[in-house]
Ligand binder design. Sequence first.
Ligand SMILES: [Zn+2]
Length: 324
Amino acid sequence: MKILAATLMLALLAGCATGPTGPQYDHTYTAKGQSSRARFLVLHYTVGDKPSSLATLTQQEVSAHYLVTDDPRPVIYNLVDEKNAAWHAGNSSWKNFTQLNNSSIGIEIVNPGWKDTPNGRVYAPFPQSQIDALIPLVRDIVTRHHIAPENVLGHSDIAPQRKQDPGPMFPWRQLAAAGLVTWPDANRVVALYPIFQTQLPDVAWFQKKLHTWGYGLVESGVLDEQTRTVLSAFQMKYRPANIDGMPDVQTAALLEALTNPRGPLPPVPAAPVMTAPVLPPPAQPAPPVEPAQPTPPAQPTPLPTTPPDSPTVIPATPPVPVQQ
Ligand SMILES: [Zn+2]
């Protein structure tokens, strides 16, 4: 005891040379007004196997808070502290937020992604054991950070022009069934079908709905490439059987049910979407030199699937992604 007291006395005499040298913090009080920096949860696939995914996410600049492996009993690696930003989102936006690394938690899921085959692009499935491991992780994160279901997103939602992950094989529906993702009500979708079958909304309607829901796109009023890519991203999540990026009845019904879940059903749009262009009146024809041949009746023209002024054909498959 005497030795201890002597040691303490020596320390005091030495001006606390052995004590902390930085600022001293008093944690007596905690502010009521604070919130998590994380407003979004973003899901990815890694485009690689477990070793390559681990190497990339720990040794390179790209990172994520969590990595869920594809082992028979999947491992959940916590690679970045949730208090810090991981570098997973890149150039991204959702609603009024941009550069979502700063406001999100990122989960990478080991999955090889897609490959092009003679029969088209084939995406790799996610083992059910992996999804069974993922769902409690998502639930834990959204609960602790109070992340709303509409803010549980794919990389393809927040960077649709660059990214396709987690792709159309990712079972968003299972996350929705677990209450973790906002999902269009099936009965409402059915009720909307006849309305949109009578008249498909125009491209501007699709763009406004997608933009309001959160997707970054320019409301150009035409079915341009960026719009088809965003439509494809939406379809990958809510209608993965067909991700061709075309506006159609089912996509319209899903989008309306998602963005207007409880209000009155919309009226049938007054004007057709895919109308023929309004042409100026023809110039006064010159008087015929010879008796005019009777004009054959015009063939009924099928409604074009794209507006006449839309840009050139876009491949049915989304553009090639940049590797993770
Ligand atoms: Zn990604």
